[in-house]
Design a binder for this molecule. Structure first.
Ligand code: ADP
Ligand code: MG
Length: 387
């Protein structure tokens, strides 16, 4: 997956870069409550400044659906961004003269109907703001929008620093990975991750299936899963995935023991038993310790790990145990340099933070939908435009 970088844009002295960023930050009472996404903008703005240029930032905020919604203005984000960047940051609406600040934030791109329609006319107006285009919003790259796709055809285009780092990490994990590759796919439902599973069985050497979706596979293999979360209508789909895996030489690992409870709540009375011994009102809420020990061995013989989805109902103790133990095993191998570890997904990021392994992992993607589409093997329009 070849893409241009800011260096490829050459000397930017006297030039303005139109930069698509993700500053869709959580806010409360007009204050930014988590500045992680603002920090991700800094390396790119700094690199553009080092090349002599200044930055005009394009970004969406919330879901105004093509209408001006004052509560979704990006203006309140400006002071926090100025703090993080350590530069003067101005604000403008499309059509305004741009203020002379180092960095200018343009009002919410989704205030325009043309944004989500990838409208070339709107893209042309965005393009008029500068001389080159930089996309640093991997999290929005799965959408072909005016500010992520159409604009890239109108100006010399490159990936920003944060986007570039993300693309490299993903390339190392699934593009041209060091083998053996192991994938962990967990979470609630098979239906939300069908395309992920179908792609991964063709790509990886070991596929670990955990969480609620493992129940559907156990059920498909004829096991009683009691009152567990299960998509019984996907029985045949699950069997097809297993047979595709077999044909592709991908070894699928399902839980051999499970933790069951009859109540779906934290600290519910629970019991660990064989995956073939579940019945009645019992719900499988986590993988058991024998499963975790086996899976830790799989990680040990692997060189690359891709992870999406928790191994159990990790929000409720003690059903976080398998997720935490497997995360710690992966984190230690990653830190020791024997396993490249890449993970993503909303709940996965929360689960890995809960396990305390965020610093140990090679790369944790906060991109959500874009990360999943990448795991599905799809070409992301916002990335393809940078080739
Ligand atoms: P991500 O957001 O990382 O892509 P998902 O949304 O697919 O992950 O899955 C996370 C959810 O799956 C969590 O809310 C977790 O509680 C739930 N889950 C995992 N295992 C089970 C289980 N055995 N039974 C019910 N829910 C589960
Ligand atoms: Mg989720």
């Amino acid at each position: 997956m070849a893409f241009k970088t800011i260096k490829d844009l050459g000397d930017l002295t006297g030039k303005t870069a139109v930069v698509r960023v993700d500053i869709n930050v959580p806010m409360q009472d007009g204050k930014v409550t988590d500045a992680t996404r603002l920090h991700a903008v800094k390396p790119t703005v700094d690199a553009i400044a080092a090349a002599g240029g200044r930055s005009v930032l394009l970004a969406h905020f919330g879901r105004p659906k093509g209408k001006v919604v004052p509560e979704m203005s990006l203006k309140p984000v400006v002071p926090a961004l100025a703090d993080v960047l350590g530069r003067s940051v101005g604000f403008a609406e499309l059509g305004d003269d741009l203020p002379a600040d180092d960095v200018v934030v343009l009002e919410n791109t989704r205030f325009f109907e043309g944004e989500e329609k990838n409208d070339p006319e709107l893209a042309a107006k965005f393009a008029e703001l500068g001389d080159v285009y930089v996309n640093d919003a991997f999290s929005a790259a799965h959408r072909a929008h005016a500010s992520t796709a159409a604009i890239a055809k109108l100006l010399p285009a490159a990936a920003g620093e944060t986007m570039g780092a993300e693309l490299k990490a993903l390339e190392n994990a699934l593009g041209t990975p060091v083998k053996p590759v192991v994938a962990v796919v967990g979470g609630a439902k098979v239906s939300s991750k069908l395309a992920v599973l179908e792609n991964l069985v063709e790509q990886v050497d070991h596929l670990i299936i955990g969480g609620g979706m493992a129940n559907t596979f156990l059920f498909a293999q004829g096991m009683d899963i009691g009152a567990s979360l299960c998509e019984k209508d996907l029985k045949d789909t699950a069997l097809t995935i297993l047979s595709k895996a077999k044909d592709a030489g991908c070894k699928v690992h399902l839980p051999s023991d499970v933790v069951v409870a009859t109540e779906f709540k934290a600290h519910a009375a629970n019991e660990t038993k064989g995956a073939d011994a579940v019945s009645g009102a019992e719900m499988i809420l986590d993988a058991g310790s024998a499963t975790v020990a086996d899976l830790a061995e799989v990680l040990k013989v692997s060189k690359t790990l891709v992870w999406n989805g928790p191994m159990g109902a990790f929000e409720m103790e003690p059903f976080d145990a398998a997720t935490v133990a497997l995360a710690k095993a992966a984190g230690e191998l990653s830190e020791a340099g024997s396993l490249l570890t890449v993970a993503g997904g909303g709940d996965t990021v929360a689960a890995l933070a809960h396990a305390g392994v965020k610093e140990q992992f090679t790369h944790i993607s906060t991109a959500g939908g874009a990360f999943l589409e990448w795991m599905e093997g799809k070409e992301l329009p916002g990335v393809a435009a940078l080739g």
